[in-house]
Design a binder for this molecule. Structure first.
Ligand code: FES
Length: 318
């Protein structure tokens, strides 16, 4: 019998530090001080919060520093509750389950130049990437940080700002910078990435629309509204490993149908932007709708929270 793969790791909060207006930096470590599962620069983890919420955050430390996971969280009073729970209810010594890290920069990619564009707290994945690139010293990079006035994680970015690696654009003084000018010309050895509020990521997507998809990476804070397909038809999900068949009603998400069928799938954003619900597909014609998978990944994976099917039967690697 196959062993069930490990999907979550028990961590303990070992430090909480104020890192700017409304921002806290949480350090999570193994309770027995073992190294944590490895991760790529700027990878994400899902936190299983004590109140039952699951929320996704970028790691801001670098892969070489994997005795801990560092996440920076801005308290969003009107958010979905994850940041409020972390700020108001989580203390040093609390135990938090986290997913295995996923995503992040591929250190083996043939990239000679990186341009990162961050809005406010969206700087967190790029802090990890910058730290990694500084250490590796193999590729050139620039990190443009767009803020209204105050720099988040200032104590952690100070040296990089002084070295000219991080350029701070304060919109209260100079207005919004021209994103097209920041990213420059498309090139096969250049990767451009953006993480920030919706308006910024939408502009970035427009500016880089003609770039090769593999050279553009966008991370969103908030999932776009769900796509309602008026022509959606019911279909059958066939689960290859268990041999189970599950019916998906017209307009129902695969995720809801799987959950109704008693199949446990990890979720966080439920809007196709975080990657938590990624499942392999084997046969069929998925309609993807997510905002995270690359064209290459879509040949093998889909996000069950948003994907649909263009055929009557879709076989999943579940
Ligand atoms: S739960 Fe986030 S992509 Fe599906």
């Amino acid at each position: 019998m196959k062993a069930r793969p490990i999907t979550t790791v028990k961590t303990v909060v070992t430090a909480i530090e104020k890192a700017g207006e409304g921002i806290k930096l949480f350090t999570l470590a193994d309770p027995d001080n073992w190294e944590l599962p490895p991760f790529k620069p700027g990878a994400h983890i899902d936190l299983h919060l004590p109140n039952g919420l699951v929320r996704t955050y970028s790691l801001c430390n670098e892969p070489a520093d994997n005795a801990r996971y560092l996440i920076a969280v801005k308290r969003e009073a009107d958010g979905r509750g994850g940041s409020r729970a972390l700020h108001d209810e989580v203390a040093v010594g609390d135990v938090i389950g986290v997913s295995l890290p996923r995503g992040g920069l591929d250190p083996g990619a043939p990239i000679a130049r990186y341009v990162f564009v961050a809005g406010g707290i969206g700087v967190t994945p790029f802090l990890s990437m910058a730290r990694h690139l500084e250490r590796a010293g193999e590729a050139d990079y620039a990190l443009h940080l767009i803020v209204r006035e105050e720099v988040p994680l200032a104590a952690h970015l100070g040296a990089l700002i002084e070295a000219g690696r991080v350029v701070v654009h304060r919109t209260s003084r100079t207005g919004r910078p021209d994103l097209a000018a920041l990213v420059g010309e498309a090139g096969s050895e250049t990767l451009v990435a953006c993480c920030g509020p919706g308006g910024m990521t939408d502009d970035f997507e427009r500016v880089t629309a003609a770039w090769p998809a593999a050279n553009v990476h966008i991370e969103r804070f908030v999932a776009p509204p769900p796509v309602i397909d008026p022509d959606a038809k019911p279909f059958t999900l066939s689960l290859a490993r268990s041999g189970t068949e599950i019916q998906v009603r017209a307009g129902q998400t695969m995720l809801a149908a799987l959950q109704e069928g008693g199949i446990d799938v990890a979720t966080s954003c439920c809007g196709g932007i975080c990657g938590a619900c990624k499942v392999g597909w084997i046969e069929g014609r998925p309609v993807h709708r997510d905002r995270i998978l690359s064209p290459y990944e879509r040949e093998r994976y889909l996000m069950v929270c948003v994907a649909g099917s263009d055929a009557e039967r879709l076989v999943l690697d579940l």
